[in-house]
Design a protein around this ligand. Sequence first.
Ligand code: GTP
Ligand code: MG
Ligand code: ZN
Length: 276
Amino acid sequence: MTGKIICVNAAIHKVLLENNTIIDTKTRGKLRNENIEPVVGDNVEVNTDTKTIEKVLPRKNYLKRPLIANVDKLLIVMSTSIPAFSSYLIDKFLLIARVNNIEPIIIITKTDMISLEEKIDIKRYINYYRKLGIKVYNNSSVSKIKKEFRNSVVALAGQTGSGKSSLLNRIDASLRLKTGEVSESLGRGKHTTRLVELLEVNGGLIADTPGFSSLELEIDRKMIKTYYPDFNRDCKYRSCLHIKEDGCSIIELVNNSKIPRWRYDNYLKFLEETNK
Ligand SMILES: Nc1nc2c(ncn2[C@@H]2O[C@H](COP(=O)(O)OP(=O)(O)OP(=O)(O)O)[C@@H](O)[C@H]2O)c(=O)[nH]1
Ligand SMILES: [Mg+2]
Ligand SMILES: [Zn+2]
């Protein structure tokens, strides 16, 4: 019978079967016949007698952090205060989403904790992302966010303490997910959510995930610019990475404030960081 892995805890893989029952299967490490380690979100074939996963069906995509496969939408949950707002992390997740053919959606949290000046500052970033065609919601827009869940596999991503579990509790109070004291979790590097788990919410499967402290990019540096809709214009050289002034039309856009400096600076950081 086929099903979908909704949680992995040590050797126990919880599978939601097509007949809507949930079964605990045991799979140790990689599947014998395939060199593949089943992860949350995987569509699998299960032997219900032996309670083992026989086969992992082809994946649409695969993320390492959060560790999950077959994601339709990535909710980038970004706090505006403790942990601080970071366009660098948003841009990184946007890149990861685009590389994996996942629709990114930005969720802004904790705007109740910041001053009017800080709100105006953050609005500048939000406006730019909206201009790129990306949906941006405040975590108070519960009904709009809920609509995004229907018939979709959605993964939440964001730093520890950014408010991922709290958002899901707001949307469906019956989930009662554990949420953390932010000062504690940040100070001790503790994560309140420990496992990736797919939950049924509003006709979709939603993955609450543990926050992270670092996030690696695995992408060929030459390819990065191709995932930037705002960098999509010809340069003097087709292979231009937009690093050197000489005739680069992207740097010209940055100098003329058509592309924000922060957006370009984040791009330069990614070029440096990626190991490929
Ligand atoms: N003031 C305020 N606090 C919030 C908001 N959203 C979340 N919090 C608080 O922030 C803290 C951390 O929230 P969590 O939902 O546990 O964060 P998380 O992203 O799930 O964290 P991890 O599971 O560790 O990755 C909790 O104390 C929440 O009550 C918000 O919009 N405003
Ligand atoms: Mg959490
Ligand atoms: Zn260029």
